[in-house]
Design a protein around this ligand. Structure first.
Ligand SMILES: CC(C)(COP(=O)(O)OP(=O)(O)OC[C@H]1O[C@@H](n2cnc3c(N)ncnc32)[C@H](O)[C@@H]1OP(=O)(O)O)[C@@H](O)C(=O)NCCC(=O)NCCS
Length: 154
């Protein structure tokens, strides 16, 4: 498995992968998670780290530095390749990137309705550190909010 930084030309493939991986969220938000346009906009603010297997996109994570804090999101692994350690390796790569940029903490958000995710992030050293309102431009089918999870980068 090779990892590399995405170029704007990768936006279509990233959006396809993210939308396939995030299909389990359709029970509360019946829309694509992202689009090539939104990926290109994120590439103006941060980076996408890509994991590729023989030229095909297997996983990705968006990472951004915000002063002494790093943030990652849109962590996505091809559904056929999940549960083989790739998601954890992408989190480690995002942490390495932020450590190299002198960040001391890493943050991410999850939707409180995703009962499966806290255990995954606890195992990687993250703890709940706050909440945020769900983005106003999205329209979930039931009340929900974001949970912030954080970890010191030592
Ligand atoms: C979350 C995600 C990135 C994890 O990637 P992964 O490569 O499957 O994760 P890893 O193989 O590194 O870790 C697997 C462990 O995480 C947990 N886990 C991962 N996905 C899980 C799921 N959907 N349900 C329950 N546990 C899950 C399990 O404990 C699993 O260990 P096990 O197989 O021994 O039980 C991947 O499932 C994914 O793309 N999900 C859809 C998108 C998403 O929810 N992204 C995160 C949003 S914040």
């Amino acid at each position: 498995m090779n990892t590399r930084m995405a170029d704007p030309e990768d936006a279509e493939n990233i959006a396809r992968l993210v939308n396939a991986a995030f299909r389990p969220e359709r029970f509360f938000i019946d829309a694509d998670r992202t689009s090539p346009e939104k990926v290109r906009a994120l590439l103006q603010k941060g980076k996408f780290l890509l994991a590729e297997e023989v030229g095909a996109l297997a996983g990705c994570v968006y990472v951004e530095t915000r002063g002494e804090r790093g943030y990652f999101g849109l962590l996505a692994v091809d559904p056929a390749l999940q549960r083989s350690g790739l998601g954890s390796r992408l989190v480690a790569a995002a942490e390495k990137y932020c450590r190299a940029a002198d960040c001391h903490f890493m943050d991410l958000t999850i939707v409180n309705l995703r009962r499966d995710l806290p255990a995954f992030y606890h195992r990687l050293g993250y703890m709940e550190s706050g909440t945020l309102p769900f983005p106003a431009d999205q329209h979930p089918s039931q009340p929900c909010h974001l949970v912030i999870m954080s970890k010191p980068l030592t």
